[in-house]
Design a protein around this ligand. Structure first.
Ligand code: ADP
Length: 295
């Protein structure tokens, strides 16, 4: 599994990445952690990055791209990885595309953790308090002033990646305002759907090869369809924004007035601060899945 976790500081990327590492036996590549290690070790990269990081700015692209490129060549990458904090700019994403192409590595998905900005300061304050309680060293950029700079740079430099990966049909958005446990479950569910899609693709490929002359099939759209209730891939940005989700209904039943869950989901979608053609994966989708399982 090869993933990117996308989200503002405090969205829960680090927490979720650790859980994914444990569950899937893959490696977490956090550029923030790598840079902090470089700063602590006073390497040439660390010396360049130190003041930039302390001020909440972004380290130059060529530095982080270089770090990631070297890291992707390590043997422990073969089971997969989660990129956390990288890419952070469109040029970084383009550089990553080139790197992956050269190294013949396929990216499976980009998981965006979407959170309300108003919750972020609280979350970071809680993280700081917890780290202090455990006697750990607190990050020097975890202050309200630097956090607001980090947030501003997320908005201007990193948020465009949502569009970038949405266009490439890689983006999956998860509601990061749910509990840690819920977010983990949602991510695992969408990853399972991707895994199933990949398997279906592999077996169809085999079948297509055997049936020489048969029509070629592309299993990915089919897999997306299969995962429709759980995985909401971002619509290609060129398409117009879709109307709110269709009312959930049980298989075999005629369409009727929207269910509570569907109403809630469409309310939530329209209440979003950013107008985009992405859809949310959340509680309502889960309810629908449960209902379907029951049926
Ligand atoms: P957060 O996501 O909470 O802001 P990180 O630990 O990911 O924190 O990053 C901390 C700091 O490291 C960033 O504010 C930035 O200065 C630097 N950094 C990390 N990743 C990148 C990157 N991909 N490009 C540029 N700077 C980065």
């Amino acid at each position: 599994m090869r993933l990117i976790l996308l989200g503002p500081p405090g969205a829960g990327k680090g927490t979720q990445a650790q859980r994914l590492v444990q569950r899937h036996g893959i490696v977490q590549l956090s550029t923030g952690e790598m840079l902090r290690a470089a700063v602590a070790a006073q390497t040439p990269v660390g010396l360049k990055a130190k003041d930039i990081m302390a001020g909440g700015g972004l380290v130059p692209d060529e530095i982080v791209v270089g770090i990631i490129s070297d890291r992707l060549d390590q043997p422990d990458m073969k089971n997969g990885f989660i990129l956390d904090g990288f890419p952070r700019t469109v040029p970084q994403a383009e550089a990553l595309d080139d790197l992956l192409k050269k190294k013949h590595i396929k990216l499976d998905a980009v998981v965006e953790l979407r959170v309300n900005e108003s919750a972020l300061l609280n979350r970071v304050e809680t993280r700081v308090a917890e780290m202090r309680a455990r006697g750990e060293e607190v990050r020097i950029d975890d202050t309200p002033e630097v956090l607001s700079k980090r947030l501003a740079s997320y908005r201007s430099m990193t948020e465009p990646l949502i569009h970038y990966y949405s266009e490439r049909r890689k983006l999956l958005t998860v509601d990061g305002m749910m509990t840690i446990e819920h977010v983990t479950r949602e991510i695992n569910r969408i990853l399972a759907a991707i895994g199933a899609a990949e398997e279906a693709k592999a077996s169809k490929k085999g079948a297509a090869k055997r049936a020489a002359g048969g029509a070629k099939s592309d299993p990915i759209p089919a897999a997306r369809k299969a995962a429709k209730s759980t995985v909401k891939r971002a619509a290609a940005s060129k398409k117009p924004a879709k109307p709110p989700a269709k009312p959930a209904r049980k298989a075999g039943k005629p369409a009727k007035a929207p269910s509570k869950a569907a109403k809630k989901s469409s309310r939530r979608a329209s209440a979003g601060s950013r107008p985009r053609a992405t859809k949310k994966v959340g509680k309502s989708a889960k309810k629908v899945t449960k209902k379907r399982a029951k049926a």
